[in-house]
Design a protein. Structure first.
Length: 213
């Protein structure tokens, strides 16, 4: 990452909606919220879990509960912060979201059967959102270009338009904005999108997953 780059400079600060959640959010996540709020395009590849912008609150609580949140109240507030991020998809001109979800994330019962049924139904609804392109990467694809793990690419508009890759680990996050690194992730995105099932097949696949829960 460019050491002079401040990832959330555009929107971070007292006016950011996430300011009231700062006591329970990991510090490395808050700059990401500013980038996401500004982005005109977001690509999210997930292996273990449903993308945050597409999660239900119950699913978010269950997933966050496996982490290092200090209390039930902290879990609830983190989950509400995650759900608050989804307001960008309700804007008059939302960012385009391209999400590719590994089948494993759909088969893992986070929160139990009821929570997963609710979550999969929500994905079916979101697959019809005009700004959302949702694809499933099935097990039968075998090996693929993104075996290294999940990633998010954000395209920021304006005179200094650029793309940023966000990589989150257990206790830190990395922001990449140098051209070579970003181009590498864009190529991987193209490859996994080509390997995944077409978006038109997503509702049927999700219905099959729902029936199996």
């Amino acid at each position: 990452m460019n050491e002079n780059m401040d990832p959330g400079a555009r929107d971070r600060g007292p006016e950011g909606w996430w300011h009231s959640y700062s006591g329970v959010l990991p510090g490395w996540v808050e700059p990401y919220f500013g980038l996401e709020l500004s982005a005109e395009f977001i690509a999210d590849f997930e292996v273990q879990a449903i993308p945050g912008l597409l999660q239900t609150e119950n699913y978010a609580k269950a997933q966050i509960g496996f982490g290092d949140a200090s209390s039930e109240d902290a879990v609830t507030r983190r989950a509400r912060a995650r759900i608050a991020r989804q307001d960008i998809l309700r804007r008059a001109h939302p960012p385009r979201l391209q999400a590719v979800i590994d089948e494993g994330a759909l088969r893992r019962l986070i929160g139990g059967p009821d929570t997963m049924r609710e979550q999969v139904r929500h994905l079916i609804d979101m697959a019809a959102h005009p700004a959302v392109t949702l694809q499933i990467l099935p097990f039968d694809v075998g090996g693929h270009a993104a075996l290294g793990g999940p990633f998010i690419i954000l395209r920021l508009p304006g005179p200094d338009a650029r793309e940023v890759v966000y990589l989150e680990q257990l206790s830190s996050a990395e922001y990449l904005d140098d051209t070579e690194a970003v181009d590498g992730y864009l190529r991987v995105l193209d490859q996994i999108a080509a390997a995944a099932r077409p978006p038109a097949e997503t509702p049927r696949i999700l219905q099959d997953v729902l029936a199996a829960i």
